[in-house]
Ligand binder design. Structure first.
Ligand code: 0X9
Ligand code: ZN
Length: 435
């Protein structure tokens, strides 16, 4: 943010120390961000022309604002979060270029307080005593609850489920993967699913955990699952996710170089090694779309690459869940091009969108990632399609369309989880039918 230096100084004064030790720097960063949320607003800027887009992009590059949602085909608005200190300046700039806007979130700090009435430690303990785990779908949970639930499932359903650690995050947290084995004998197609690449998109790990619950604990409802081996990582970026719970709610990247103070983090969805470093990614560590020091420079993306590659050609599905906007996106993301089999991806994507509307009520738009949203290189989906050549590769942007954005209240977890499962069901049925 532009007034960053000023805020850093102010934050340092508030914590009572000049930021010289790494811990002080971190505390200052957290304090700074929290200050920025007080009175910050999310604005929806309508009918964005190329010129108006450039003005917003310049303010984004200068870190005056944070773009939450970019314009997409057939939808010309852009959502931006603006700290209270920059509101006058940004609104004046927008008026200067005749851009109209309306306030979507009037106070980001208040929206953060409202989204997740967290369970107390005693409530969580009661839950654990009664059910054997702490997971619910009425609240967003910490990584330890989500991982604890995976371990509970492995213990409770040993014939169906196994849990393995496929690597460690920058800060040493385990990257846990659950395998849910299809009951059918013989070799089966594999389906890789993940969530939580972007730390602030809380609905993603919550929905992926819901999918896991359904495929394991309510298995009889999903006969297609007998023909498929699922490999699911609910939290790809546990460091970033934890940081959004105990530090900066709207953090996006991983926590690479967090100890160095300013400009930590790599955008894991720009770090995959297919067309790495191209359009829509940045070499500047201070940017939200920083691609990292090289392709697969991060342990989190390395772990996924190594694991998925180890499955060989059996992988037929690859879905990575994000938010927000309600999109089913297929490659390519690096450029406005489509893979040769895009008609299959489009057909199954549309089938999934119909099923999602049926079960959850929300409308999802289907299309090629770069054409529908924007070009962004180094994404997980492009690597899955371009590297191991997984047939049904998608990025799904879950709810909502901007009313709450990343701050989607916890009572939306169930309907959104049901939609996410409906998408997985549609893709699974296709994979099961075609082998
Ligand atoms: O920009 C992204 O990484 C994704 N959107 S998000 O708002 N969740 O950050 C979209 C990624 C689409 N896929 C590629 N561009 N490869
Ligand atoms: Zn995302």
């Amino acid at each position: 943010m532009l007034p960053r230096l000023l805020l850093l100084t102010l934050a340092a004064a508030l914590v009572g120390a000049a930021p010289h030790e790494p811990a002080d720097e971190l505390r200052a960063e957290v304090q700074e961000a929290q200050l920025q949320y007080k009175g910050a607003q999310v604005l929806r800027v309508e009918a964005v022309s190329e010129f108006q887009k450039d003005v917003i992009k310049k303010m984004q590059d200068e870190q005056v604002l944070d773009t939450w949602l970019n314009p997409a085909a057939g939808r010309t608005h852009v959502d931006i979060m603006v700290p209270a200190t920059a509101l006058d300046q940004v609104k004046a700039e927008l008026q200067n270029v005749s851009a109209t806007f309306r306030v979507m979130i009037a106070d980001v700090e208040a929206a953060i307080k409202d989204e997740n009435p967290a369970l107390s430690e005693s409530e969580l303990e009661e839950l654990e005593g009664r059910k054997g785990h702490r997971m619910t779908f009425q609240n967003y949970h910490r990584v330890s609850d989500i991982h604890g639930y995976l371990d509970y499932l492995a213990q409770t359903f040993p014939d169906l489920v196994s849990v393995q650690t496929i690597g460690s995050s920058v800060e040493g947290r385990p990257l846990k993967l659950i395998k849910i084995t299809g009951a059918k004998a013989g070799p089966k197609p594999a389906f890789y699913i993940d969530g939580g690449i972007h730390a602030r998109e809380w609905i993603s790990p919550a929905s992926v955990t819901y999918i896991i619950q359904e495929l394991v604990e309510n298995r009889e409802k999903y006969p297609f699952a007998d023909s498929i081996d699922y490999y699911i990582v609910p939290v790809v970026n546990p460091d970033g996710y934890e940081f959004t719970h105990n530090g900066v709610r709207l953090w996006r990247k991983n926590r690479k170089d967090a100890q160095k103070g300013r400009c930590a983090g790599t955008d894991l969805n720009r770090n995959f090694g297919y067309k790495w470093g191209g359009a829509g990614s940045s070499r500047d560590p201070c940017q939200e779309i920083y691609a990292g020091s090289g392709p697969f420079s991060e342990p989190e993306t390395q772990a996924i690459r190594n694991f998925v590659s180890s499955l060989g050609t059996t992988v037929r599905g690859y879905v990575t869940f994000h938010s927000y906007g309600q999109y089913i996106l297929y490659p390519w993301g690096y450029d406005k091009k489509v893979p040769p089999d895009y008609t299959d991806l489009d057909r199954i994507g549309k089938k999934a969108a119909n099923k999602m509307r049926e079960v959850g009520g929300a409308s999802y738009t289907v299309g090629n990632s770069a054409s529908l949203l924007y070009a962004a290189s180094g994404g997980a989906d492009d690597w899955a399609k371009g590297g191991p050549r997984v047939k049904y590769t998608y990025t799904i942007e879950l709810r909502d369309r901007g009313r709450f954005g990343f701050l989607l209240p916890a009572n939306y977890i169930l309907p959104t989880g049901k939609e996410a499962l409906a998408a997985i069901q549609t893709i699974s049925e296709e994979i099961a039918a075609t082998g």
